[in-house]
Design a protein around this ligand. Structure first.
Ligand SMILES: *[C@@H]1O[C@H](CO)[C@@H](O)[C@H](O)[C@H]1NC(C)=O
Ligand SMILES: *[C@@H]1O[C@H](CO)[C@@H](O)[C@H](O)[C@H]1NC(C)=O
Ligand SMILES: *[C@@H]1O[C@H](CO)[C@@H](O)[C@H](O)[C@H]1NC(C)=O
Ligand SMILES: *[C@@H]1O[C@H](CO)[C@@H](O)[C@H](O)[C@H]1NC(C)=O
Length: 509
C-alpha cells in the first residue's frame, strides 16, 4: 500500500515537472487599459491574460483587494470574464463602478498580471449643449463652437452642424474642424439670416442632442487689428497619427497667417497642409515635436499663438531572456528593454508580487532595467514581469524562469577492467546538471596529465545539456593503471564516479 502511494506521488511529481516545460502564459490583449461603459448596458470583460493548457484567472482591484460577487451588480464567471450588470443610479458604487482593476492568470509556470484597467460606468445624465451668437465682418471668418458641459466632454462629441435645420455639408465656405467647431469663411450679409445649431452624440448611451439656434451678426468691415478667434494649445500625439492645429483670425484688412516651427518657417513637406482652419500634419514623426507659432498680421498689427507639440512613441517592452531553465544557485540576469519616449519608470514583479531587493535580488541600471537574481533558489522560479509606465501609458513583458535542482548526476560511465600494455583504451563519463557541468579526471588522486601525447582528455556538451568526457590512452604503460575518477561540477554542486583500471604486468614492453 505504502509503496503504491509512494510510486503514485513520485509519478505525479514527474508529470508536474514535465508540465511546467509545456505550460504557457500569455496575454490576449496587453494594451487594454481603459473600459468605459454605459450604466444602462453594463459590461462583460474577458480576462486579458490566459494560459495553456489551463490557467486560473482572477480579478483584483488595483489597490490589492480580491474581487467578491455582489448579487445583480458584479460577477466573475468561471471562464474569467468579469461582468458588471446594468444598474440604476441609486446602486452606483464608485469602488465597483469607477475603479482600477487587474486580472491575473496562474498555472504551474507562474502568475502574470495585466496592467491596471480603469473600468468606469457612465450615466445617462441630463445635459444640454449650447452655441453662442457671434459677430463678424463681411469678408472675414466666423467661428461657432459647440459648448459641451465639462462633466460629459469626454463622451460627447459633435457629429454635425445644421443651418436652418438642414445638415451642413462641409466645403464652399463652411468647414468643420476636428474639434467640432464650425468655421464660415468670407462671411456674407445673408449669413445673418440663418440660425446655426450643433448636433452631439453620447459615445456610450448613443443619445443625440441638439443645441439652441445661434445667430450671426454681420457688420460692414472697419479697419481693425487682427484678433485670434480659435487657436491651439500644447499637446501630445502619437507617432503616425495626424494633428490639426487650428488658427483663425478676424480683422480688416483680412490678416495673413504665417506658421513658424521652432522660430523658422515650416519645412516643405507633403505631410503638412495649410487649410483655412489651420495647419494639419499627417503621419506624425518624432522630429515634428517642437514649438509651433501661428502669426496673424495685417497693416494695423499682429498677434500670435504658441503651443508645444510633443510627438511620442508608444511604449514597448521586451524582457530577455524569454523563458529560462537553469540550475539553482546560478545567477540569472533579466534585462528589460524599453522603447518609446524617455521618462518612463520600470517596475518588476515576480508572480504578480513586486520584487523587493534583498540578498538574492538586486535591481540595477540607469532606469532600473536590469534584475539580478544571485544564487537563485528553487523558490525564485516563476513569472517575472517588467512594467514600464509613462503618464497614462503602461507596457509590459514577462519571462518564465524555472530553477531546477541542477546538482550534477553521472549518467554514463566506464567499468573496472584489465588492459594490456600498448593496447589503446578509452574511458567515458557523462553527467547531467543545470547549468551543464564540467568534468575533470584524476588517476590515483592526481590530475590526469593532459599534456602527454599518450593521454588525451576531451569533453563536449550535448543539446540536452549533458556533458560527455573521454580519457583516451593511446599506448598504456604500467603507470597508467590505478583508480580513475571523473568529477562533474557546476555552480549547484558536484558528483563523482570512480573505477580501477589494471594494466597487466610483465606483458611485452
Ligand atoms: C485591445 O483593447 C483595446 C482597447 O480596448 C482595443 O482597442 C483593441 O482592439 C483590443 N485588441 C484586441 C486584439 O482585442
Ligand atoms: C464566459 O462565460 C459567460 C457566462 O457563461 C459568457 O457569457 C461569456 O461569453 C464567456 N466568455 C468567454 C470569453 O468565453
Ligand atoms: C529604481 O527603483 C528604486 C526602488 O526600487 C527607486 O527608488 C528609484 O527611484 C528607481 N530609479 C529609477 C531611475 O526609476
Ligand atoms: C577518445 O575515444 C572516443 C571513443 O573511441 C572517441 O569518440 C573520442 O573522439 C576520442 N577522443 C580523443 C580526444 O581522441
Amino acid at each position: 500500500m505504502w509503496l503504491v502511494t509512494l510510486l503514485l506521488l513520485y509519478s505525479l511529481q514527474e508529470v508536474n515537472s514535465e508540465d511546467v516545460v509545456s505550460t504557457r502564459l500569455y496575454f490576449v490583449n496587453a494594451s487594454l487599459q481603459r473600459v468605459t461603459f454605459s450604466s444602462s448596458v453594463g459590461v462583460s470583460l474577458p480576462c486579458p491574460a490566459g494560459g495553456a493548457p489551463h490557467a486560473v484567472l482572477r480579478w483584483y482591484l488595483a489597490a490589492g483587494d480580491d474581487i467578491y460577487d455582489v448579487p445583480h451588480i458584479r460577477h466573475v464567471h468561471a471562464n474569467g470574464t468579469l461582468q458588471l450588470y446594468p444598474f440604476s443610479p441609486s446602486a452606483y458604487n464608485s469602488i465597483i463602478h469607477d475603479n482600477e482593476y487587474f486580472c491575473t492568470a496562474e498555472n504551474q509556470a507562474g502568475k502574470i498580471r495585466s496592467p491596471s484597467i480603469h473600468i468606469k460606468a457612465v450615466f445617462r445624465e441630463p445635459y444640454t449643449v449650447r452655441v453662442a451668437d457671434q459677430r463678424s465682418m463681411r469678408g472675414n471668418v466666423a467661428v461657432f463652437k459647440c459648448l459641451i458641459p465639462s462633466a460629459v466632454q469626454e463622451y460627447v462629441s459633435v457629429v454635425s452642424w445644421e443651418k436652418d435645420t438642414v445638415s451642413i455639408v462641409p466645403g464652399n465656405r463652411f468647414f468643420l474642424t476636428s474639434f467640432g467647431a464650425l468655421y464660415i469663411s468670407e462671411v456674407q450679409k445673408e449669413d445673418a439670416l440663418s440660425t446655426y445649431r450643433c448636433i452631439t452624440k453620447h459615445k456610450y448611451s448613443g443619445e443625440t442632442r441638439q443645441s439652441n439656434g445661434a445667430r450671426l451678426s454681420v457688420m460692414d468691415p472697419t479697419e481693425s487689428t487682427p484678433s485670434v478667434l480659435d487657436s491651439f494649445q500644447s499637446g501630445e500625439v502619437q507617432v503616425g497619427h495626424s494633428v490639426e492645429l487650428p488658427c483663425i483670425a478676424s480683422g480688416y484688412p483680412n490678416p495673413t497667417i504665417r506658421w513658424l516651427k521652432d522660430g523658422r518657417p515650416l519645412p516643405a513637406d507633403s505631410r503638412w497642409t495649410r487649410r483655412i482652419s489651420g495647419l494639419t500634419i499627417s503621419d506624425l514623426r518624432l522630429e515634428d515635436s517642437g514649438n509651433y507659432i501661428c502669426e496673424v498680421t495685417n497693416s494695423f498689427g499682429s498677434k500670435e499663438v504658441t503651443g508645444h507639440l510633443n510627438v511620442i512613441e508608444p511604449l514597448r517592452v521586451t524582457l530577455s531572456p524569454k523563458n529560462l531553465k537553469t540550475g539553482i544557485s546560478s545567477t540569472v540576469i533579466l534585462s528589460c528593454a524599453v522603447q518609446g519616449s524617455p521618462h518612463f519608470t520600470v517596475s518588476w514583479y515576480r508572480n504578480t508580487e513586486p520584487v523587493v531587493p534583498d540578498q538574492h535580488f538586486s535591481i540595477q541600471g540607469a532606469h532600473n532595467e536590469t534584475l539580478f537574481i544571485s544564487a537563485a533558489q528553487k523558490r525564485h522560479s516563476g513569472a517575472y514581469q517588467c512594467f514600464a509606465t509613462r503618464k497614462g501609458q503602461t507596457a509590459q513583458d514577462f519571462s518564465i524562469i524555472l530553477l531546477e535542482d541542477g546538482t550534477p548526476r553521472v549518467v554514463a560511465s566506464f567499468s573496472e577492467r584489465v588492459v594490456v600494455p600498448g593496447e589503446p583504451f578509452s574511458l567515458m563519463c557523462a553527467a547531467k546538471g543545470a547549468p551543464p557541468p564540467t568534468i575533470t579526471w584524476t588517476l590515483d588522486d592526481e590530475p590526469v596529465a593532459r599534456d602527454l601525447s599518450r593521454v588525451r582528455a576531451s569533453q563536449y556538451t550535448l543539446s540536452d545539456g549533458s556533458t560527455v568526457s573521454h580519457v583516451n590512452v593511446s599506448s598504456p604503460q604500467i603507470r597508467d593503471g590505478g583508480v580513475y575518477r571523473c568529477a562533474a561540477r557546476n555552480s549547484a554542486g558536484s558528483a563523482e564516479y570512480q573505477a580501477r583500471i589494471n594494466v597487466l604486468r610483465g606483458f611485452g614492453l
